[in-house]
Design a protein around this ligand. Sequence first.
Ligand SMILES: C[S@@+](CC[C@H](N)C(=O)[O-])C[C@H]1O[C@@H](n2cnc3c(N)ncnc32)[C@H](O)[C@@H]1O
Length: 231
Amino acid sequence: MENPRRQINITKDLPVQNAYTLALNGEYSHVAFDEVRAPLNKGKWRSDIFKATSEMPMDLEVGTGAGHHFAHYAAKHPERLLVGLELKYKPLVQSIRRAVVAGCKNAVINRFHAFNIDELFEDGEINDVFIHFPDPWTSPKKPKNRFVCKQNLDLLFRLQRPGAKIEFKTDSLVYFLWAMEEIRQSKYEIVFETQDLHNSEIKSENFETGFEKIFLRQGIKINFVRLLKKN
Ligand SMILES: C[S@@+](CC[C@H](N)C(=O)[O-])C[C@H]1O[C@@H](n2cnc3c(N)ncnc32)[C@H](O)[C@@H]1O
């Protein structure tokens, strides 16, 4: 099935700019790219943006939110590169600011619709992918908006390097069960799966994201799956 392009507004055409749109295309324009500038880096993230070798691992976080995991991960892994995607201006700027303030030189962010991800990366350009608490779209007619679906998994499979992983967590059991069906139809191998991450053997290695902390306070169990693109 053809992948319909998702349309988003053009930042520079907004009738009124705000502090976040100005920061995106001003103060942070060397590490933050709007929907027009971002695709110009396709195939050139390592060489032109990070000035890194082609072997350096480059990971992707989809929907960074306020960027707690984004900045934590970049700071913890200076030996890797991290590219973020976020649609909304405020969390986008919060994410990149958090990483810059933490002293990270290995993180950039894009204002981009995650469904159009093949406009940002060449085949085999990315390593691991983090998808933490994407919008669950649980009303009956909305599964087509769920990011973790067979069509996007097929895209990611092409874009990832062999041996790379996907980490997906969600508070929504409805979304998780639906997504697991999609995953089983994809080419990924399921290497770990739980419907209660915080009572699982990988709890100690888990980093709690901003949304995760909120769900945990409400006593909601976290669903988690790790996928592998085999060599
Ligand atoms: C529920 S929040 C989770 C944020 C963060 N990952 C966390 O765990 O705290 C989902 C985020 O994904 C972003 N988002 C939603 N749809 C998106 C899309 N199609 N492309 C990129 N980001 C998207 C939203 O703006 C929001 O910040």
